[in-house]
Design a protein around this ligand. Structure first.
Ligand SMILES: [Cu+2]
Length: 137
């Protein structure tokens, strides 16, 4: 999570209360880094430094997954997927009992190895719901 997300929490909550017309989910813009909407991750590509934690937030109306492509991980990088599966086949096998990030929920992962990570959403891969995390060393 970005530093400003922590600092802005109190102010964002107050602003939502005053505005009274926020989005349908409980997530404020400051509560996540990569949004999950309709059939897309926004932004599609997101860059962080080694050791940073990325927060995905479902601001859409349907369940989504964050599922790494095993073939698109840096060498020796840890596999990651919402639901905690340790392999891509495991994540697909668990779906949708595990790994389904519901509207208003978040998934976080900390990246310890530099490189590019390709990932996708299990139910919306065919619709093009894919993303990339770039971790700089
Ligand atoms: Cu999806």
């Amino acid at each position: 999570m970005k530093r400003r997300a922590f600092l802005a929490t109190a102010g964002a909550a107050a602003a939502v209360g005053l505005a009274g017309c926020g989005s349908s989910t409980a997530l404020s813009d400051e509560a996540y880094d990569v949004g999950m909407v309709h059939n897309a991750f926004e932004p599609v590509e997101y860059e962080v430094a080694v050791g940073d934690t990325v927060v995905w937030g479902n601001v859409g109306s349907r369940g989504h997954s964050v599922t790494a492509y095993e073939s698109q991980l840096p060498e020796s990088a840890d596999y990651f997927a919402s639901g905690g599966a340790e392999s891509q086949s495991g994540a697909v096998g668990d779906w949708p009992q595990r790994g389904n990030v519901q509207p208003g929920e978040t998934y976080t992962h900390t990246f310890e190895t530099p490189g590019e990570y390709g990932y996708y959403c299990i139910p919306h891969e065919a619709a093009g719901m894919k993303g990339t995390i770039v971790v700089t060393g």
